[in-house]
Design a protein around this ligand. Structure first.
Ligand code: PMP
Length: 411
């Protein structure tokens, strides 16, 4: 591990210098979206200033340069994920679109009544609803692996739910609601023992954990650029070549064809078969710059720093009167969900906002998790390597203020 100048890293993110209500900004909603470093912002501006043209089309220098930049980004992502082949990397709008693509292109034409789709009780809505749609379309059934009181997937129940009826396992690598890291390697091995493909929703995992797809060996993996310091509106679907080759595209248009007539069309090869229309070229350029930025710091340094912040925050929050952390998984990253006896999460968030602290309050697009823990909502603080101990102190002091205000109000 290298020594990293974390205060200098923080200064790479211009937005963090803001002073809402004249207080330092403690941005602790990184699970919703991350702030962008100058290098990412500059890369997008540079692209539009000097390199902008449509890709894969023009036979002129500018278009060839845009195409080369765009395709170099694909190589970068392949390398970042340690995928075997560059054509296994498909550009989409985000994790949500990636999961819908697999649901519609892989599952819908193959699944039938009596088949089962296995997800976990800790999923984001974007890894629930696309599968419910497939169930409606095909007659397949959705099965849910339960979680224990710590917010961990119960592996014995998972084992019992796997059967010859199971046609896909789709689970989140890292829960956005509780921060639990799923035991994905074991779960993939268990599914593969029965020949079942696995999709991992890596929307939260990609910014915080090193992903090695060749070691994991899952069939599909997804993440969103905006949660990993890149721009919004772009994301990645990884799929094993043998799977992607066998799948029909679910969107038609330009780029994804090799020949079109009014009678029929032939589809392009991978990865273009799944990239209908003009892609988010500048978004992809920004994502590549974000991965460069992360690689310069080093993912091992990032993991270590974020674990320090998580431990620091967990200890500090545990000492706050009336505070209960929801989800105490043994393997956790960067997210703390909590409730306070004195106030509703929305009131907490409003008061914290006035203290310059940005956290999330609500169901975090994971309503079934709230039901499981019998709470209407939680407050959620989520950390990035650019956060520091002062952000956490500001959070804790502000929570004390919430306790004070609401105790007086209720007393
Ligand atoms: N899965 C998880 C675990 C998430 O946290 C999110 C975003 N909150 C998504 C999927 C969806 O990502 P996006 O909205 O970028 O498509």
């Amino acid at each position: 591990l290298n020594k990293v100048d974390w205060p200098a890293i923080r200064r790479d993110f211009p937005l963090l210098a803001q002073k809402p209500y004249n207080k330092p900004l403690a941005y602790l909603d990184n699970a919703a979206t991350t702030q962008k470093p100058n290098s990412v912002i500059d890369s997008i501006a540079h692209f539009y200033r000097f390199d902008n043209a449509n890709v894969h089309r023009g036979i002129y220098q500018l278009s060839e340069r845009a195409t080369a930049t765009f395709e170099a980004a694909r190589d970068k992502i392949q390398c970042f994920l340690n995928a075997r082949l560059r054509e296994e990397i498909i550009f989409v709008r985000g994790a949500t679109e990636a999961i819908n693509l697999v649901a519609q292109s892989y599952a819908r034409p193959r699944f039938k009544s009596g088949d089962e789709i296995l997800i976990s009780a800790i999923e984001h809505h974007s890894n629930i609803v696309p599968w419910q749609m497939v169930c409606k379309q095909t007659g397949a059934q959705l099965k849910v692996i339960p979680i224990n009181d710590n917010g961990e997937i119960m592996l014995d129940s998972y084992q019992a739910l796997l059967s010859e009826k199971t046609k896909i396992v789709a689970i989140t690598h890292l829960s956005n609601a509780l921060g639990s890291i799923a035991p994905v390697q074991r779960m993939i091995t268990m599914a593969h023992a029965r020949g079942i493909p696995v999709l991992l929703d890596g929307a939260q995992a990609a910014p915080h954990l090193r992903i090695n797809l060749q070691a994991l060996d899952c069939e599909f993996y997804t993440f969103s650029s905006h949660k990993i310091y890149g721009p919004t509106g772009v994301g990645v679907l990884y799929g094993k070549k043998s799977y992607l080759d066998a799948m029909e595209p679910y969107q038609g248009g330009g780029e994804m064809i090799s020949r079109v007539s009014f009678e029929s069309s032939d589809y392009n090869g991978l990865p273009y078969k799944f990239e209908a229309g003009t892609p988010n070229i500048a978004g992809v350029v920004g994502l590549a710059a974000a991965l460069d930025y992360i690689n310069t710091i080093g993912l091992d340094n990032i993991c270590q720093r974020e674990q320090q912040l998580l431990d620091y925050a967990t200890k500090a929050l545990e000492q706050t009167a009336g505070l209960r952390i929801i989800g105490q998984a043994k393997h956790k990253a960067s997210i703390i969900s909590f409730v306070l006896d004195s106030a509703h999460p929305h009131d907490i968030s409003t008061i914290l906002d006035q203290q310059g602290v940005a956290i999330r309050a609500g169901h975090h697009c994971a309503m079934p998790v709230m039901t499981r823990f019998n709470v209407p909502a939680t407050a959620r603080a989520s950390f990035s390597f650019y956060n520091n101990e002062s952000d956490i102190e500001q959070l804790v002091q502000s929570l004390r203020l919430v306790n004070k205000i609401f105790t007086i109000k209720n007393g």
